[in-house]
Design a protein around this ligand. Structure first.
Ligand SMILES: Nc1ncnc2c1ncn2[C@@H]1O[C@H](COP(=O)(O)OP(=O)(O)OP(=O)(O)O)[C@@H](O)[C@H]1O
Ligand SMILES: [Mg+2]
Length: 312
């Protein structure tokens, strides 16, 4: 069920996994210890965090987005607030917390692979005490992301989804990867409160606990009203009322790094869904956003604006 446009001041509320991405790039990026200095070909610094990248894309597509989060009292925190505000996201519920350092991931990227070093800092600082009914009720949809990284919210995340449903919001979930490999934390219970589940193909296997893709889809489509699975250069598929709809993609331009493609995909899908467009159109918009981001470095550069998406 979708609430109508004018029913609430915001379309989407999202909890921010606030961090920056510093992407260092070279053909051979492996560091040498023993205090050896190594020169790298290039770098790129920008806002990261799945939910933050999602929020920026959703706002660029014309949705009214409110992001709840914390940042440190530092230059990276300011970069995040400025980046979100420039995209059109409401930032009034981002608290500057001087006890925190803003989260950072240093990506060591070479042509065929990438290693990441993360300091969580502000990324997992939100707790259930930050989430009020008033904030939830200000939007018609809750997008919940970075489930396993937002550890401050994790003990109460199912209760938060339940509150959102009680207040009449529709709910989408993109768990993203579980770095600890547990893949649970009430996921099956949470499915009762979810309208759209948005995993990638690997995550679908882990979340379902099934050994192969078709068994995973069978398991998840039984339990999620709308299942949308992302498959990188193979595009994406949606399962609704036991019917499958697929969208293929032209391979991304070379030079991109794939960071944030799935998050912008989610925003594109919801821009269609919250505007009550057909599932085929929702998938087409989502894939256009995902491919555009996959064609550039970082999660923000490629993000299209509403005027670049014909269906919107
Ligand atoms: N190499 C690519 N070529 C074309 N389109 C792509 C490519 N990679 C991603 N996309 C588009 O972006 C969508 C989402 O990408 P992907 O499957 O990598 O999601 P994800 O694994 O959730 O990503 P993320 O790392 O952002 O969490 C795909 O369904 C596709 O539409
Ligand atoms: Mg993802």
């Amino acid at each position: 069920m979708r609430k109508r446009h004018s029913a609430t001041p915001y379309d989407i509320v999202v909890f921010g996994d606030t961090c920056v991405d510093l992407i260092l790039r070279d053909d051979d990026i492996v560091p040498r210890f023993g205090q050896a200095e190594k020169i790298v070909a290039g770098y790129h610094l920008e806002m990261g965090g799945s939910c933050c990248i999602f929020a920026a894309q959703a706002a660029k597509l014309g949705l009214k987005v409110r992001l709840l989060g914390r940042v440190g009292d530092d230059a990276f925190g300011q970069l995040i607030v400025d980046t979100l505000a420039t995209a059109g996201v409401d930032t009034q519920y981002i608290k500057v917390d001087s006890r925190l350092r803003t989260g950072i991931t240093v990506h060591l990227a070479q042509a065929d692979d990438r290693a990441m070093l993360t300091h969580l800092g502000s990324l997992n600082a939100l707790t259930v005490a930050d989430v009020s009914d008033d904030i939830l009720a200000s939007a018609r949809h809750l997008h919940y992301g970075s489930l396993y990284l937002q550890t401050g919210l994790l003990p109460h995340w199912v209760d938060i989804l339940q509150s959102a449903k009680r207040l009449g919001l529709s709910v989408s979930l993109d768990t993203n990867w579980d770095p600890q490999g547990r893949w649970n934390h009430g996921f099956l219970r949470a499915l009762e409160h979810i309208d759209i589940l948005l995993p990638n193909a690997q995550e679908a296997l882990h979340l379902s606990g099934e050994p192969d893709f078709s068994a995973a889809i069978e398991f998840l489509q039984e339990r999620a009203p709308l299942l949308v699975v992302k498959q990188a250069e193979a595009g994406a598929s949606a399962w609704f009322q036991r019917k499958r709809i697929s969208q293929s993609v032209i391979p991304a331009e070379s030079g991109g790094d794939g960071i944030g493609a799935g998050d912008s995909f989610d925003a594109g899908f919801l821009a269609g869904w919250l505007n009550e467009l057909s599932l085929e159109t929702c998938l087409a918009i989502a894939c256009q956003c995902g491919r555009a981001v996959a064609s550039e470095m970082g999660g923000l550069r490629g993000q299209p604006w509403q005027s670049e998406i014909a269906a919107l």
